[in-house]
Design a protein around this ligand. Structure first.
Ligand code: NAD
Length: 330
């Protein structure tokens, strides 16, 4: 049996974690043979909630759950971890500007980055979910210089999954036949769900769907606005779908990508092949090879429509970075 995997999850008492942790413990992340040492982190005032959660995990008698630790001291909780799923963040409250959210949550990720730098393995993989996740990821990466910059991700897999489901419904095909779907840029309303390269079965999506207006207008705006739509209906933000997408996003980094496909994740722009400004966390199409290393898919062409939108999402990320520039230092 493989050695026990040490995995940390922040925001452990939140609604995404409540779905995520049971899936991890059940073997959905690393398979049914892999024992897990799970570190569940949250704020000190959430200790009771974490204790209740740990009791529930124990009551499931998951055979793969070797150990569960709860706590708020991140340097202790991140000791020797190889994977951190950073879900914890303050929710946006009524009347709060995006800039305020950036400041408030940015501060959390300074401390998180420092704790990772102190305690995690140098080759640990980090996936940031707490919003605004791209910029939070940038802050974390800056404060964890001992870790590999390549291993920092912000999650855009939920956007990819939403986009794939919409295209599959429109084309009336099973969702797994949708391939080569890229999400470019920021996990925000400026993200670019790129249908232009998508293949559905043996056909190009644009040829199969033959509705340019729907693809350019409705499809893109439905993906961009799906989170808000769910809040309006459910009264709470998407949680189970975010947790499920985080499982997919993590597995994609460890498993060889299937032939003729790719997946999306926001990664560091250093040396990227698309001329995006360096030192940003920007969503690209990626492929993972047999050794578990990913590469940005090269050579994709952007038509004018996609290019314009990618410029907008890049500009938004640069603005976010300028808002939190003081948090990147020291
Ligand atoms: P939630 O409010 O239910 O849980 C958030 C958790 O974070 C809570 O347990 C809270 O105690 C903790 N937290 C709050 N302030 C903290 C701090 N200063 N330090 C550490 N932890 C803190 O929220 P949720 O629904 O679980 O969502 C979590 C985050 O994920 C939110 O930021 C949400 O916007 C984001 N999200 C991202 C995606 C994506 O696709 N990237 C999708 C859905 C949600």
């Amino acid at each position: 049996m493989a050695s026990i995997k040490k995995v940390a999850v922040t925001g452990g008492s939140g609604q995404i974690a409540y779905s995520l942790l049971f899936r991890i413990a059940n073997g959905d992340l690393f398979g049914k043979e892999q024992q897990i040492d799970l570190r569940i982190c949250d704020l000190p005032e959430m200790t009771d909630a974490l204790e209740g959660l740990a009791m529930e995990l124990a009551d499931c008698a998951f055979p793969l759950l070797h150990k569960v630790t709860i706590g708020h001291n991140l340097s202790e909780m991140f000791d020797d971890i190889e994977l951190a799923l950073l879900v914890g963040a303050k929710p946006r409250t009524k009347g709060m500007e995006r800039g305020d959210l950036l400041q408030e949550n940015g501060k959390i990720f300074v401390g998180t980055g420092r704790a990772l730098n102190e305690a995690a393995r140098k080759d640990a993989k980090i996936i940031v979910v707490g919003n605004p996740c791209n910029t939070n990821c940038l802050i974390t990466m800056h404060h964890a210089p001992k870790l590999l910059r390549k291993n920092f991700h912000a999650m855009t897999r939920l956007d990819q999954n939403r986009a794939a489901a919409l295209l599959a419904t429109k084309a009336n095909v099973p969702v797994e036949s949708v391939r080569k779907l890229s999400i470019w840029g920021n996990h925000s309303a400026t993200q670019v769900p790129d249908y232009t390269q998508v293949e559905i079965g043996t056909k190009r999506a644009v040829d199969l769907i033959q509705d340019q207006h729907w693809l350019q207008q409705e499809f893109i705006s439905q993906v961009q606005g799906r989170g808000a739509e769910i809040i309006a209906k459910r009264g709470k933000s998407s949680a189970a779908s975010a947790a499920s997408s985080l499982i997919d996003a993590t597995r994609a980094l460890y498993e060889t990508t299937r032939e003729g496909d790719w997946y999306s994740s926001a990664v560091c722009t250093d040396d990227n092949p698309y001329g995006i400004e360096e030192d940003l966390i920007f969503s690209f199409p990626l492929r993972t090879d047999k050794k578990g290393n990913y590469e940005i898919v090269k050579g994709l062409e952007w038509d004018f429509f996609i290019k314009e939108r990618i410029a907008v999402t890049q500009r938004e990320l640069l603005e976010e970075k300028s808002h939190i520039a003081h948090l990147l230092k020291g």
